[in-house]
Design a protein around this ligand. Sequence first.
Ligand code: BJW
Ligand code: ZN
Length: 243
Amino acid sequence: MTNKTDEGISELREKLWQARQVVVLTGAGISAESGVPTFRGEGGLWKRYSVMELATPEAFSRDPKLVWEFYNWRRELLAPLSPNPGHYALAEMQRRIPRFTLVTQNIDGLHRKAGSTDVIELHGNIWWVRCTGCGKLMEDLRVPLPEMPECPTCGALLRPNVVWFGEMLDPQVLNAAYEAISNCDLMIVAGTSGTVQPAASMGVQAKRSGATVAEVNLEPTPYTDTYQISISGKSGEILPRLL
Ligand code: BJW
Ligand code: ZN
C-alpha cells in the first residue's frame, strides 16, 4: 500500500537524481535520532533553559561563567554521540551528486563526523572557540573546558564560536549559502522548525529562484504548505530511502 509519505519519497527521489545542483538545509531535527535535544517542542532545550539568559551576547557579558556552564554541559552531552542514518545518507548523497551543498544550522559537528565535507555551518560549531580579545579561532575538543577558559595567546576570555541571537552570521558563510541556493534546482529542508532567521527564509528564496523545495520533518512547519513536496517522518528513516 502506498501512502502520502511513500508518494512524497518517490517524487523527491526522482527529482533528486535528475537535479543539476542540490542544496540540503538541516536543523536540530536531523540530530534528534542521535540523542541531541532539539531547541523547541517536546523535550526541547529552550523548555529547560531561557534563551535570553544563555544564547545572547548580552548574557555572556553579564554572566560568562553561567553561559560556559551551559556550553560545557552540551559539549559533555555531545562528545559520545554518533551520527545517525540521516547524517550518513547526506554524506553518501554528496559522494554521488557532483554539485551538492550541505548547509546546516547545527553546531554539533555530526555531519562532518558522518563524512560530509565542505559543510556550511551557519551558526558556527560548538567544538571551536574564539578569543574575545585577539579574535583567534581554535578547535578545542576538551570536555569539559575550564569554567572560564583563557586564550593561550593573549590570556583573554574565550567564547564558543557559535552565533547567538542578535549576532550577525559570518558574511562569507552566509554568501556561500546564498550562492548555492540561488543556483540550485532542488532544495531539501530537513529537521528545522523554520523559526530562526535568516535560515528560515532560505527555502522560500530557493523556490523564488525556480527550485523545487522539499521538506522532511516530523511535524508541520510554517512552510509546509509553501514548499512543493512535504514528507512527514523522521529524517533518519526518510533520507536513506532517497538513495
Ligand atoms: C525532526 C525530528 C526527526 C525533530 N526528523 N524532523 C526580533 C527580535 C530580535 C531578533 C529578531 C527578531 N526577529 C528576527 C530576529 C533575528 C533572529 C531571529 O530569527 N529570531 C526569531 C526567533 C524571531 N535571528 C538572529 O538573531 C540571527 N542573526 C541575525 O538575524 O542577524 C541580523 C539581526 C540582528 C539583530 C536583530 C535582527 C537581525 C542569529 C540567529 C542565531 C541562532 N542561534 C541558535 C543558537 C546557536 C548556538 C547554540 O546552539 O547554542 O541556533 S538559536 C537555535 O535555533 C539554534 C538553531 O540552529 C536555531 C534553529 O533551530 P532548529 O534547527 O530549527 O531547531 P528547532 O528545535 O527549532 O526545530 C527542530 C525541528 O526538527 C522541529 O520542526 C521538529 O519537528 C523537527 N524534528 N525530530 C525530522 N527525527
Ligand atoms: Zn586571544
